[in-house]
Design a protein. Structure first.
Length: 197
């Protein structure tokens, strides 16, 4: 009888604990600041500069949840046309784009993809210093990997702000963040807890 009770407690504990993994975490994406934050127990534990959706491809705002994760995701909508030597012939291609003889269509890589809305998510990518994506939220590769490892499916995601009112422009960042490009937002701590809920 003790064994059955112990097993029942383990099963109950596991089923209660799994949702708690996502419940104490939340992601806040501020389009005005062009920054993403991972909060755990309402404390910022990770932050990253971002490049959100550009004009005509705005990142959706609102309250979402992480739907899926894919470490080696490729875009189903955008990519490039490459010649036999691997050089880009058309860097803004879609699957329906004309592919000249001897060339091929290559989907855009979106490593560490964390989907929070249909076909929209956070992933590693180039940050030119301004909103420039087709709606996704790009991050430096090393920070995207850290978000990917820390954020479970089901985590709440709050997207707020307006990319048309970017609070400051940055110089372009490489695919990897490093100490020379460390990004810190000013005044963010004072706004946590107000306006996010």
């Amino acid at each position: 009888m003790r064994i059955l009770f112990f097993l029942a407690m383990v099963v109950i504990g596991v089923s209660v604990e799994c949702p708690a993994l996502a419940a104490d975490k939340e992601v806040i994406i501020n389009l005005t600041q062009q920054a993403a934050y991972l909060l755990q127990n309402r404390q910022v534990v990770l932050e990253s500069p971002i490049s959100s959706g550009r004009d005509g491809w705005r990142t959706p705002t609102g309250h979402f949840h992480v739907l899926a994760k894919d470490a080696s995701h490729e875009s189903g909508s955008f990519g490039s046309i490459r010649d036999g030597g691997g050089r880009a012939v058309n860097s803004s291609a879609t699957p329906a784009s004309y592919v000249p003889p001897g060339c091929r269509y290559v989907p855009a890589p979106m490593p560490y993809f964390i989907e929070f809305a249909p076909k929209v998510g956070m992933h590693a990518g180039y940050l030119p210093g301004v909103p420039a994506s087709h709606g996704c939220v790009r991050m430096p590769r090393d920070l995207a990997a850290q978000f990917f490892a820390a954020v479970p499916v089901g985590t709440p995601v709050y997207v707020t702000g307006d990319s048309r009112q970017v609070s400051r422009l940055r110089r372009a960042m490489p695919l990897y963040a490093n100490q020379r490009y460390t990004y810190r937002s000013r005044g963010y701590a004072a706004t946590i807890g107000t306006g996010w809920r």
